[in-house]
Design a protein around this ligand. Structure first.
Ligand SMILES: C[S@@+](CC[C@H](N)C(=O)[O-])C[C@H]1O[C@@H](n2cnc3c(N)ncnc32)[C@H](O)[C@@H]1O
Length: 267
């Protein structure tokens, strides 16, 4: 059987849930602001692609209320399948393959998903087809080319540099772009979206911060995949985790590009 495309497939339930909850803690305030800037309001029909642990799905369902609806699509629904919200429909499936009607949604939100999809152009064109004319797309994706050590213990810093290389290599080996986030503005422009707004968040994070902890949790889950790139040893990953815990070490672990755009009414 071919290896699954999504790198966090087959992860252990509790540790993956912990990682997803940390993602939500870090990124939800930014996503809320962008989604509200796009105009989310009562009665809207929304699609959440790659819902993960479901916080944005649940938050949007409160805002759109009973006159609105949220559809949540994910290849892995184990973290949301027991949520019961009357205006939320969950669909287990790949966004590239599920059947949804064209022009159904006022807003589509996608975060940390398309970096895992090799044929993202196909996925994006399908997503755009699902938007109503004048509907809004909010996409937030990482750029791991921004990763760098700023300050820390020399040996740990060397290990962090190596792990950062391994992360990039792991994506490349799967035919994925580790800096996918920075392509979003031009991709959405080429797709004909209007009123495009772009932000690039590049936090400089100390050890023990939420960002450092989230990346440590990823390293622990993906250790075998990092080692398989040939760039790092288990000892390097151990030192990376120490760096991520040490409050006097500082680094950029990733950048996140957030883009809002509106579909034209003639497309
Ligand atoms: C890194 S997690 C991000 C979860 C959530 N969007 C967040 O930022 O908190 C990526 C999510 O996308 C889902 N996913 C990956 N590839 C997908 C695809 N082709 N179609 C639908 N969901 C996908 C994964 O199962 C996972 O839940």
């Amino acid at each position: 059987m071919p290896e699954p495309e999504y790198i966090f497939t087959d992860t252990q339930f509790e540790s993956e849930l912990e990682r997803l909850k940390m993602l939500e803690k870090i990124f939800d305030p930014h996503s809320h602001r962008r989604i509200l800037a796009a105009g989310l309001t009562q009665g809207w029909q929304c699609l959440e692609v790659g819902a993960g642990a479901g916080s944005i799905m649940a938050w949007m369902s409160k805002i759109v209320g009973e006159s609105g609806k949220v559809v949540a699509v994910d290849v892995d629904v184990r973290f949301i399948e027991h949520t019961s919200l009357s205006n939320v429909e969950m669909i287990k499936g790949d966004i590239r393959q599920i059947a949804l009607n064209s022009h159904s949604f006022d807003l589509i939100h996608i975060r940390n998903v398309l970096i895992h999809v090799a044929d993202f152009e196909f996925a994006l064109s399908k997503i755009l087809d699902l938007l109503k004319p004048n509907g809004w797309l909010v996409i937030e994706e990482p750029d791991f080319s921004a990763s760098r050590v700023i300050h820390g213990d020399r040996e740990q810093s060397q290990a962090v540099n190596k792990v950062n290389q391994a992360i990039c290599q792991m994506f490349t080996d799967k035919g994925l772009d580790y800096s996918f986030g920075i392509r979003l503005p031009s991709l959405l422009q080429e797709l004909g979206l209007q009123h495009i707004e772009v932000e690039n968040d590049v936090p400089i994070s100390p050890g023990g911060s939420d960002v450092a902890t989230m990346m440590k949790l990823s390293a622990l889950q993906l250790a075998e995949k990092y080692i398989a790139t040939g760039k790092v040893s288990r000892e390097d990953i151990h030192k990376y985790c120490q760096f991520a815990e040490n409050q006097t070490s500082w680094g950029v672990y990733l950048a996140t590009v957030g883009v809002i755009g509106q579909k034209r009414d003639d497309t």
